[in-house]
Write a protein that binds this ligand. Structure first.
Ligand SMILES: CC(C)(COP(=O)(O)OP(=O)(O)OC[C@H]1O[C@@H](n2cnc3c(N)ncnc32)[C@H](O)[C@@H]1OP(=O)(O)O)[C@@H](O)C(=O)NCCC(=O)NCCS
Length: 241
């Protein structure tokens, strides 16, 4: 369990549950209390519907759903070349702050994340750019201005699409599609076997793009949110005399 990234100001912690019973739930509540959380985002999948039912019975509601899909690079067709000229963070490390400015707008624009608040530039750079290959972080530029970017996380011969973000005025021009095609080409050139994506179900344009490019849906991640109603500390029950 950890504070829910972007939702710390709401007092939310996040945790994964792959099974649920009263003992596990008591442990979750105890950990949340130790973290000082007053609410939880609980991650689970559609492969364990009993967890979803358990959470709904405790007043938790579904706030986001992500299709997890995978491209098998050995059998996937070669994507068409990117239709928009792109550079990379390896070529233009000086653009990191401009990427952050796009991220500041794009994070709360994600479905179900309107309340999200991004950390400072240095903290954001520490988890969203620094650990990932800068040559696989593609950037769309027009007249010197950053329109958007997308990065890959890489673990051995498996890679995952990280966040893709477009400036509001640049959306709907096929730029996210161009970034994805460039990432597929990079993955192929670097011996990656599988490329995973997590896309919120409301981003129908991204889901149909994935389908066109040959990604296969594996399962759906579900995020439930609820309050914990932990009694205030120092509460002393008054017993009848
Ligand atoms: C989600 C987001 C990244 C999409 O970026 P975008 O540049 O507007 O997306 P594109 O225009 O490239 O659209 C993606 C694909 O869907 C197609 N498309 C666009 N609108 C469509 C529609 N209404 N129906 C079906 N397909 C559509 C595009 O043609 C493109 O496919 P192509 O590359 O084969 O041409 C952007 O809206 C954004 O930054 N949102 C906020 C942050 C966010 O939610 N990020 C999560 C990304 S997974």
């Amino acid at each position: 369990m950890r504070p829910a990234q972007g939702f710390e100001h709401l007092g939310l912690a996040e945790v994964w549950l792959r099974s649920a019973d009263e003992a596990a739930w008591a442990e979750v509540r105890a950990r949340a209390e130790r973290l000082g959380a007053t609410g939880l985002e609980v991650w689970t999948t559609d492969e364990t519907p009993e967890v979803a039912a358990f959470l709904r019975a405790r007043g938790f509601g579904l706030v986001r759903s992500y299709a997890i899909s995978e491209l098998d690079l050995a059998s996937a067709p070669d994507p068409a070349p990117s239709s928009f000229p792109l550079t990379t963070l390896a070529e233009r490390p000086d653009l990191a702050l401009a990427l952050y400015e796009v991220a500041l707008v794009a994070y709360p624009d994600q479905p179900g994340r309107s309340e999200s608040q991004l950390s400072t530039f240095e903290i954001w750079r520490g988890w969203s750019l620094a650990p990932h290959p800068p040559g696989a972080c593609f950037i769309a530029l027009e007249n010197g201005a950053v329109l958007g970017y997308g990065y890959l996380t890489v673990d051995g011969d498996a890679a995952t699409h990280g966040f893709t973000a477009l400036a509001r005025g640049a959306r709907g021009r096929g730029i996210a599609g161009a970034i994805k095609r460039a990432q597929i080409a990079w993955a192929r050139q670097h011996g990656i076997r599988t490329l995973r994506a997590a896309n919120e179900l409301r981003l129908t344009q991204m889901l149909s793009l994935n389908e066109r490019l040959g990604y296969r849906v594996l399962y759906t991640e579900l995020v439930f949110r609820g309050r914990l109603e932990i009694p205030p500390t120092g509460f002393e029950p008054v017993l009848p005399a």
